[in-house]
Design a protein around this ligand. Structure first.
Ligand code: ATP
Ligand code: MG
Length: 333
């Protein structure tokens, strides 16, 4: 009888393996079911189109490109603290505003708010006097140009990345490429504009990716352009080129630029210093650096912006000051 029992056990061990396998396989398959179920419980995004309120909208909207924040508060989740706290400021039509502030102060969050990637808790954001809450997400996002902090490239040809909806001619695409001085590199690709990105030597550095985004913005002639400058992965040349194109090609557009290198924005019309989710300071760079107009060095010792400039070192600070002063005098006298 003992021999028979041993014989049976030996037979079962095969089954145990089989059963365990089935149990684990079932668990793996069910986890994808569970994920699908959890997706159905996600909060739905707002409508992409709002036919009723958009019928009243001018098809050319936004015409002037004025942006206004009115007592806006935002937090990323219900259980977190507010990262933007009752912020109010206005950017006039055609103004070039640089946004600066310590890391984590909430600069990128302002962009999330403009594009409604995160819905605001309180307050209103107006674009050309129209509350952005009252229009569909597609209509809103299609009309604002963005160059993100970390740009991404779609798989597909160079041309598809610059002009995804085939709205422009090859000549127009080439002239936009020339504008950002990428035309030479694209000409060297095996099939020019139609080269597939990622295949045989067709690739872009992250600085060049930002320039491709800029190309897209040039073609679409956005009235509002938003730029989140890359913190470290863009070299000085790319930086300079982006700023040059902004000055030449977006003369009438409103530009909101999150800047990490103050040297590049010293000639901007206005600086917005974000401090811990609020407006630290806003004004012309020169005005923020001095106590009295006419001063020949940084005299506003307590100023947020003055301290940011001073932190760049004596030499750079003096350079920034002279640019800021020169452009202030040009504009106001
Ligand atoms: P940087 O100069 O480093 O780009 P920033 O000024 O752009 O900084 P934000 O990215 O706006 O800063 O972040 C502001 C605050 O919001 C930070 O305290 C950050 O931890 C928090 N935060 C940012 N993104 C999220 C998120 N997706 N979920 C939760 N909190 C976030
Ligand atoms: Mg950021």
């Amino acid at each position: 009888a003992k021999g028979y029992a041993l014989f049976l056990i030996a037979g079962i061990s095969g089954y145990i393996q089989f059963i365990l396998r089935q149990v684990f396989l079932f668990a793996v398959l069910m986890s994808s079911t569970a994920r699908c179920l959890s997706y159905t419980k996600l909060e739905e995004e707002s409508p992409l189109r709002l036919i009723d309120s958009e019928r009243k909208l001018n098809p050319e909207w936004p015409m002037s490109g004025k942006i206004e924040f009115s007592k806006v508060s935002m937090r990323y989740r219900e259980d977190l603290d507010f990262v933007i706290k009752k912020i109010s400021f206005a950017i006039e039509s055609g103004e070039k505003v640089a946004c600066v502030g310590r890391t984590g102060s909430g600069k990128s969050s302002l962009i999330q708010i403009i594009f409604r990637m995160v819905e605001i808790g309180e307050g209103n954001v107006y674009l050309d006097g129209v509350d952005t809450k009252s229009i569909g997400l597609h209509t809103l996002r299609r009309n604002i140009g963005i160059i993100p902090q970390t740009p991404f490239i779609f798989s597909g040809s160079v041309r598809k990345n610059i002009d995804p909806f085939d709205n422009f001619s090859d000549e127009e695409v080439w002239s936009a490429l020339k504008e950002v001085e990428l035309d030479e590199s694209v000409k060297e690709f095996p099939q020019g504009l139609n080269s597939e990105i990622g295949v045989s030597n067709v690739s872009f550095s992250s600085g060049q990716k930002q320039l491709l985004c800029l190309c897209r913005a040039i073609l679409n002639k956005y009235k509002v352009l938003i730029l989140d400058e890359a913190t470290s992965n863009v070299d000085f040349e790319t930086d300079r080129m982006i700023q040059k194109v902004i000055r030449n090609k977006f003369v009438k557009s409103t530009v909101f630029c999150i800047a990490h290198r103050i040297t590049t924005i010293a000639d901007y019309e206005k600086v917005l210093v974000v401090a811990d989710g609020t407006v630290g300071e806003i004004g012309a760079p020169y005005e923020l650096l001095v106590k009295n107009i006419g001063d020949k060095k940084i005299t506003n010792e307590e100023g947020h912006f003055a301290n940011l400039v001073k932190n760049t070192g004596v030499k750079t600070a003096a350079h920034i000051f002279s640019i800021a002063k020169e452009y202030y005098m040009k504009r106001n006298i």
